[in-house]
Write a protein that binds this ligand. Structure first.
Ligand SMILES: Cc1ncc(COP(=O)(O)O)c(C=O)c1O
Length: 413
């Protein structure tokens, strides 16, 4: 496997400066230049409402369509109408719940997990007001991830929907969502996946996995603030519209995009695709956009594994620090989002001290509060999180660990 040309990679992210090392990428990552260029081009030359007969309006609509097609390619959707744009994953999940509301009857059951960000729990728990029973798929204490053996006893013939994370933004383990989908479909329910912590790191293939709803945020995947929801066309067509009574059920995806999405955000998805395909081409790969995207994520994974292994090794060599969740990266099953804590030292104090070293990281519960509380990690300002992406380097990890060692030794002194 070819190694990433890091000079090339870093040249593609205008926000990367020498001043800061960004290790808070699961909070928000840098935007790739082609995505930024799309936004500038849209706002400079096409910034009008779509739907008009005049040329500029047609051109704005083309940009939105191009963004939708690019997002469809990125997730491998069968058609562009299966892509719904929204302001954030939180907004899209809340909207999905509203649009599904009338499909649930009293006594139906929805399963959420203990490992999810609140975005994929909170909206569904509100269905309890309508007589829906909410059950919780627990984290497996042995494997520290979600296991089907723990889901099985929860499923009944009233289970309508299972809402699950592809990767927890705390634990970093990739779940086999294709296996999950098969298991859940076999028992007559639908699956809704939060892929926010997965999308920046690995290839998405909604058709291969046969997932029903799949949601992630663009601003953590090298784009601007905004998010994408994939839904199978027939399922989207069944959803209730979110506004305007004269929008029919067949107005997919418009009935699910109240007031229209941000056009420049949507168009930027085409820039993310250009970045990924360009990355593969730069490394000598040829093929169609999907093949190039796959090759790009293979390269990205190899670089991320180097970063993950470096940091995990450093933590393992210390006796005052422990990883939250699994501390190995078997078969690249871990993304480089690593939470940990030092014995007896407040996590917030450490993260804030890192500011002085020019290293951006974060502490707390990362809105996966139920998980952090369930693991009894909510004391001392929660956990520390270093969340890396492929534009980070091994040298930056070494800078991070040297700074951590320095801070911790001063605290002990
Ligand atoms: C795993 C996960 N899901 C959902 C969200 C919410 O995303 P958004 O900020 O787009 O609502 C986040 C944000 O940090 C997240 O990490």
């Amino acid at each position: 496997m070819t190694q990433l040309d890091m000079t090339y990679v870093q040249s593609q992210f205008p926000g990367l400066t020498d001043d800061w090392v960004f290790f808070d990428n699961a909070g928000g990552a840098q935007i790739a230049k082609p995505a930024l260029d799309r936004m500038t081009e849209f706002l400079t030359h096409r910034n009008v409402q779509i739907g008009g007969s005049y040329a500029v309006s047609q051109s704005a609509a083309e940009a939105l369509l191009k963004g939708r097609q690019a997002a469809a390619t990125l997730v491998n959707a069968a058609r562009a109408e299966e892509i719904v744009f929204g302001a954030s994953t939180t907004v899209l999940m809340g909207n999905l719940m509203q649009a599904m509301r009338s499909q649930f009857s009293e006594g139906d059951e929805v399963i959420v997990t203990m490992a999810d960000h609140e975005s994929n729990i909170g909206p569904w728990t509100r269905l309890a007001e309508f007589g829906v029973t909410i059950k919780v798929w627990p984290l497996n204490a042995e494997t520290m991830d979600l296991q089907l053996s723990d889901l099985e006893p929860l499923m009944t013939d009233r289970t309508r929907l299972v809402c699950v994370t592809h990767v927890s933004n705390i634990l970093g383990q990739v779940h086999p969502v294709g296996d999950f989908a098969r298991f859940i479909h076999d028992r007559g329910a639908l699956i809704c996946v939060d892929a926010v912590a997965y999308a920046p790191h690995r290839l998405i293939d909604v058709q291969a996995w046969d997932v029903d709803y799949y949601v992630f945020s663009l601003y953590k995947a090298y784009g601007p603030h905004g998010a994408v929801m994939y839904g199978k066309y027939d399922l989207l067509a069944e959803l209730d519209g979110l506004y305007h009574y004269f929008y029919g059920k067949d107005k997919v995806p418009g009935k699910l995009e109240p007031g229209n999405p941000s056009y420049e955000m949507a168009y930027a998805a085409d820039g993310i695709l250009e970045y990924l395909t360009g990355l593969a081409r730069h490394h000598g790969v040829t093929g169609d956009d999907r093949a190039l995207t796959k090759a790009a994520f293979d390269l990205i994974t190899a670089q991320e594994d180097r970063l993950t292994d470096r940091l995990l090794k450093w933590i393992a060599a210390r006796n005052d620090c422990r990883v939250i969740g699994t501390d190995t990266n078997m078969d690249s099953r871990r993304v480089p989002t690593i939470c940990f804590r030092f014995d007896g030292i407040n996590s917030g104090k450490i993260a804030q001290a890192m500011d002085g070293y020019g290293i951006a990281m974060r502490f707390g519960d990362f809105h996966s509060r139920r998980l952090i509380e369930g693991l009894a990690e909510d004391h001392d300002d929660g956990v520390l999180r270093v969340s890396m992406v492929h534009y980070n380097t091994v040298e930056q990890v070494d800078r991070l660990t040297a700074a951590l060692a320095d801070i911790v030794s001063k605290d002990a002194a």
